[in-house]
Design a binder for this molecule. Structure first.
Ligand code: NAD
Length: 325
């Protein structure tokens, strides 16, 4: 039986990845500070532990896993990453995890670790035009990410690739672009735009108002979780080390995102633009390299993913707030 280790298995992408690997017949160990928030883990072995601690990392990487996925990070949406209040924690916590994991994997003779970097590592100067952002993999340097979260990602992707060069490893690096779907964080400050918009729309009454950070003309693309997992697994098992974008190239403005979700909900809402952290003006995945190297690119429409995500968040809103009302 093949074995896999998923670090960050209590998080959004990690918990879905565990389910996917179980469907493929793997024996899976998951590790996280916490169990998944919205459903029982399907991991065969789930270790609650802190990957900043070397002894914990030594303990959980105790055998030659067939596949290792390093997704654990101190992470959140714009309200967490762009305010500056969490910069030291974000850098320290995530870098420590990655330093521990890369080194232990090498010492345990594991050849290949998948590492999830982020589109946040791309230079801010290429993302000022909302209609024409440049996020081709080759545009990464000279580096100028707009957040410390992005700088840490850049450091850690270089770390995993340095282990390839110096220790004969074959680590894989992907740059995720805004992954969304059911069972993602939808409230509390760490949620991302699609979940936040779905929550706000679900809570609004028809004809009411929805608050949007900034003027809503900032552009983004959003990738549904199933396609993220498909790209992750394809890259991990491929002959290409990356870094490569795993994202959608269906770019929309945040105002359009709100319109899509309002349509799905069957509500007409007035947009109230307020001051808030917004990040770069434009961002879109460039999918030329993934298509060239893997012969595959994400293809599902944004609307299709939003439908199932909205339905799930609407149920959470009712379950949480109807009780209180
Ligand atoms: P998430 O926050 O849901 O999952 C990360 C998990 O890591 C959490 O469950 C958290 O508890 C765990 N973790 C944090 N510190 C830990 C520690 N010290 N020890 C053990 N576990 C720890 O985030 P996600 O959306 O599932 O993202 C997974 C990875 O993908 C992250 O590395 C993230 O930076 C990257 N990424 C995600 C997106 C996205 O849109 N979701 C975009 C770009 C990159």
């Amino acid at each position: 039986m093949k074995t896999a280790l998923v670090l960050g298995a209590g998080g959004f992408i990690g918990s879905h990845l565990v389910k996917r690997l179980k469907r493929e017949g793997f024996w899976v160990r998951g590790v996280d500070l916490k169990f998944p928030a919205f459903s029982e883990t399907e991991a065969d072995d789930f270790v609650v532990g802190d990957l900043r601690e070397q002894s914990m990392v030594t303990g959980v990487i105790d055998r030659g896993f067939d596949e290792v996925y390093q997704l654990a990070a101190d992470m959140g949406g714009a309200g967490y990453i762009f305010t500056g209040e969490h910069d030291a924690d974000i850098m320290h916590n995530s870098a420590t995890i990655n330093l521990n994991v890369a080194d232990r994997a090498m010492k345990r003779n594991i050849k290949r670790v998948f590492y999830s970097s982020s589109a946040c590592m791309y230079p801010a100067y290429n993302q000022e035009d909302p209609d024409n952002p440049n996020c081709a993999e080759s545009s990464a340097y000279p580096a100028a990410p707009d957040s410390e979260y992005g700088w840490e990602k850049l450091f850690s992707e270089r770390l995993f690739l340095a282990y390839n060069r110096n220790y004969g490893m074959t680590n894989r690096v992907a740059r995720y672009h805004n992954i969304f779907g059911p069972e993602g964080t939808w409230q509390g400050g760490k949620e991302k735009a699609p979940a936040a918009v779905c929550r706000k729309v679900a809570m609004a009454t028809d004809g009411g108002e929805i608050e949007i950070w900034g003027d809503g003309n900032q552009t983004r693309s959003f990738l549904f979780i199933d396609e993220c997992l498909e790209g992750t697994i394809r890259l991990t098992r491929s002959g290409f080390e990356g870094p490569v974008n795993i994202g959608s190239d269906e770019m929309v403005t945040i105002n359009q995102l709100v319109d899509y979700v309002s349509d799905i909900a069957g509500k007409k809402l007035h947009k109230n633009h307020i001051t808030g952290p917004t990040g770069v003006r434009g961002r879109n995945s460039d999918n030329h390299l993934i298509e060239e190297k893997l012969g595959w690119r994400p293809s599902q429409s944004l609307k299709a993913g939003l439908e199932s995500t909205y339905a799930w968040i609407e149920r959470q809103v009712h379950a949480n707030y109807d009780r209180v009302a």
